[in-house]
Design a protein around this ligand. Structure first.
Ligand SMILES: Cc1cc2nc3c(=O)[nH]c(=O)nc-3n(C[C@H](O)[C@H](O)[C@H](O)COP(=O)(O)OP(=O)(O)OC[C@H]3O[C@@H](n4cnc5c(N)ncnc54)[C@H](O)[C@@H]3O)c2cc1C
Ligand SMILES: *[C@@H]1O[C@H](CO)[C@@H](O)[C@H](O)[C@H]1NC(C)=O
Ligand SMILES: *[C@@H]1O[C@H](CO)[C@@H](O)[C@H](O)[C@H]1NC(C)=O
Ligand SMILES: *[C@@H]1O[C@H](CO)[C@@H](O)[C@H](O)[C@H]1NC(C)=O
Ligand SMILES: *[C@@H]1O[C@H](CO)[C@@H](O)[C@H](O)[C@H]1NC(C)=O
Ligand SMILES: *[C@@H]1O[C@H](CO)[C@@H](O)[C@H](O)[C@H]1NC(C)=O
Length: 563
């Protein structure tokens, strides 16, 4: 009998695609019953995992952290393959958490801020975010008198921002945070006479610190503007307990481990899919003209080199950005176009730009660069240093990738991240150097500092030689938005969208329930990738879970053993 084995094609060799391939290939009894291949548009595997090297150090251009280790499949693999230790230095970011190298917070102009100024705002911000994420529930329900001060502020902020939103259910994280800050100021009214520092009033300073934390949140979520980040979805997002750690041998070691079980040739590089033809309706399957059994496979993939391939099942793992471009009318990536429930979810969900910038620095003190947190003046402030470019003004930090490294790292989000991709290296070097000299002024400038009040109270002009003679010699930046295989960095639940849309992203096609599809072959197009996971979207482990989910869906469909 010449019955063809069912064929499965996975589009994309990132975390989701390779997890699916790994699961399908290693499932008992599966190997001989199916044809399997992974087609990847790029020239490497890993997708948004892109371990690289800069200045002799191992760095990550994309995914960097294991977000919480308890229950993380990525952490489990990393442990199994001993990827968590290395003889060579890597981007371990030990300056973030390890004593005694606490972050050094400096305000534009070179005022080093005392923790007594920074900490209350940092605590406020953290508590507001914890509240939004549903981790800070007041005891009021239990009738307890003692409601935490910050919980009260947050509850008030939520009430005010909901009201100002016309009592609508929909609310953004950005407006909630701003209401929280306002409520904080109202509660602190009596202390407002507190002196400022230099051109910084105390209020401007604390607003600036708050904005710095917002900017960090922009890079965490990839929402370029927190006003576009949905408030209610925040509480659905799940984090694993335990530390946030980096992978000593590089994030790519996880990818390589997943791919290592696959036989050579199963993953095909340089195979960019340009069109996916499928059969949503149950009429005669086209392609019978050939008379061969393969022609009955319902899905036909077209590649950029003009070749094509037939398949029974396709697992699409391309990024949400690629899908957004793919549903535009002129694109025709899907033929016929995706049903509206799917394309509307794709449109509504958010997908932002986050980029990393690595800088090689030279100079006497470059091994001593602080973990610098930067508090900028508002972009329209008359006090701002005019030579600092606008695209630096929302960068929260600049710090060595490990405590002794001469490679510094900054994260960018939104418009600023996009701008970074188009700038020449020299423009970036100039912009960052100007910024560094405003925050870490040369010693001689300090000697001439005339405002001795600054050295007294809670703020100090930076008195050490951090940054003196620090010279940026070369840079490396990621370019996730302009790379046509990604078109951005990761997904978020945008204002106007919801967790339901993430579930819709995961639904296979054709939809089983419609009568039109009754006779058409099931599970033609399956969807995996970080943007298809309701509670772990935007992460590598979310991508992992999604790949596993779709592999299991197919294994169950064929009732394979060992699922
Ligand atoms: C700067 C940055 C920092 C990040 N930091 C973290 C972090 O610290 N922790 C964390 O957990 N996550 C982080 N992430 C997110 C994480 O990298 C992603 O969520 C995850 O890697 C996505 O995997 P995926 O398989 O869903 O998609 P991808 O990795 O995008 O895989 C999809 C693959 O499809 C390919 N492809 C696209 N179009 C086509 C086509 N037409 N034909 C064929 N192939 C195609 C792509 O080349 C790609 O290889 C970060 C991402 C970025 C960009
Ligand atoms: C038709 O069959 C030939 C080989 O017999 C094959 O090369 C070709 O790809 C098939 N075309 C389609 C559309 O299936
Ligand atoms: C800011 O402060 C400095 C020093 O106190 C002062 O010389 C300057 O005029 C102030 N204003 C601006 C816009 O910089
Ligand atoms: C830090 O760097 C200096 C000079 O490169 C070196 O002598 C020292 O051993 C390094 N320290 C650590 C902890 O790596
Ligand atoms: C600075 O501190 C000294 C000693 O504590 C004090 O005498 C002086 O008045 C202070 N100056 C200002 C401007 O607060
Ligand atoms: C991946 O890293 C390499 C450097 O190793 C770089 O050339 C490439 O641009 C990176 N990809 C993206 C999308 O940033």
């Amino acid at each position: 009998m010449v019955t063809k084995k069912p064929s499965i094609v996975i589009i994309g060799a990132g975390m989701a695609g390779l997890t699916a391939a790994n699961k399908l290939y290693t499932a008992t009894g599966f190997k001989d019953s199916f044809e399997l291949c992974v087609v990847e548009g790029g020239t490497r595997i890993g997708g948004r995992i892109n371990t690289s090297e800069f200045g002799g150090d191992r760095i990550e251009m994309g995914a960097t952290w294991i977000h919480g280790i308890g229950g993380s499949p990525v952490h489990k693999i990393a442990q199994e393959i001993h990827a968590l230790e290395s003889d060579q230095p890597w981007e371990c970011m030990d300056g973030v958490s390890e004593e005694p190298s606490q972050p050094t917070t400096i305000a534009e102009g070179g005022f080093q801020l005392n923790p007594s100024v920074v900490d209350p705002v940092t605590t406020l911000f953290k508590k507001l975010m914890a509240y939004a994420q549903g981790k800070l529930v007041g005891d009021s329900a239990a009738g307890c008198e003692e409601i935490d001060y910050h919980t009260k502020l947050a509850a008030k902020a939520l009430k005010v921002s909901s009201t100002s939103n016309g009592g609508q259910e929909k609310l953004s994280v950005g407006s909630f945070l701003r209401q929280g800050l306002d409520a904080y100021w109202v509660s602190k009214k009596d202390q407002e006479e507190l002196k400022g520092y230099g051109n910084w009033s105390r209020k401007l300073l604390q607003d600036g610190i708050f904005a710095m934390h917002e900017n960090t949140q922009r890079t965490y979520t990839s929402a370029g503007d927190l006003l576009t980040l949905d408030y209610s979805a925040e509480s659905e997002y799940r984090m694993f307990p335990g530390d946030e750690i980096t992978i000593a041998k590089g994030y790519l070691s996880i990818i390589e481990s997943l791919a290592s079980v696959l036989p050579p040739g199963l993953v095909q590089l340089g195979r960019k899919v340009t069109r996916i033809e499928w059969q949503p309706e149950g009429d005669e399957v086209s392609g019978m003209e050939n008379g061969s059994a393969t022609a009955t496979r319902p899905v036909k993939l077209h590649f950029c080199d003009g070749s094509n391939m037939l398949a029974d099942h396709v697992i699409v793992t391309v990024s949400l950005g690629v899908l957004k471009a793919g549903i535009r009318e002129d694109s025709g990536m899907f033929n016929p176009p995706l049903p509206s429930f799917k394309s509307e979810a794709i449109s509504r969900l958010g997908y932002g730009v986050v980029n990393k910038l690595f800088l090689q620095v030279e100079g006497n003190d470059c091994n001593n660069f602080p973990y610098l947190q930067m508090v900028f003046h508002r972009p329209d402030s008359e006090f701002r240093h005019k030579k600092i470019p606008w695209w630096m003004r929302r960068t929260a930090s600049l710090c060595p990738i490990y405590s002794n490294s001469s490679v510094l790292l900054s994260w960018f989000a939104g418009k600023e991240a996009l701008e970074l991709e188009s700038l020449q290296d020299e423009e970036i070097i100039n912009g960052v150097s100007t910024t560094i000299s405003s925050f870490l002024p040369q010693p001689h400038k300090l000697v001439n500092s005339n405002s001795h009040e600054l050295c007294n109270g809670t703020a100090n002009k930076v008195g050490n030689s951090h940054g003196s003679e620090v010279k940026v010699t070369k840079i490396l930046k990621s370019k996730w938005a302009t790379d046509p295989l990604f078109l951005g960095s990761y997904s978020y639940v945008a204002f106007g969208s919801s967790g339901d849309d993430l579930d819709k992203m995961a639904e296979p096609l054709p939809k089983l329930s419609t009568c039109k599809s009754a006779g058409s072959p099931p599970l033609q197009i399956l969807f995996a990738g970080e943007a298809t996971h309701r509670t772990h979207y935007s992460t590598t482990h979310g991508a992992y879970f999604s790949g596993l989910r779709e592999a299991i869906r197919l294994l169950q469909h064929y009732q394979c053993i060992g699922v």
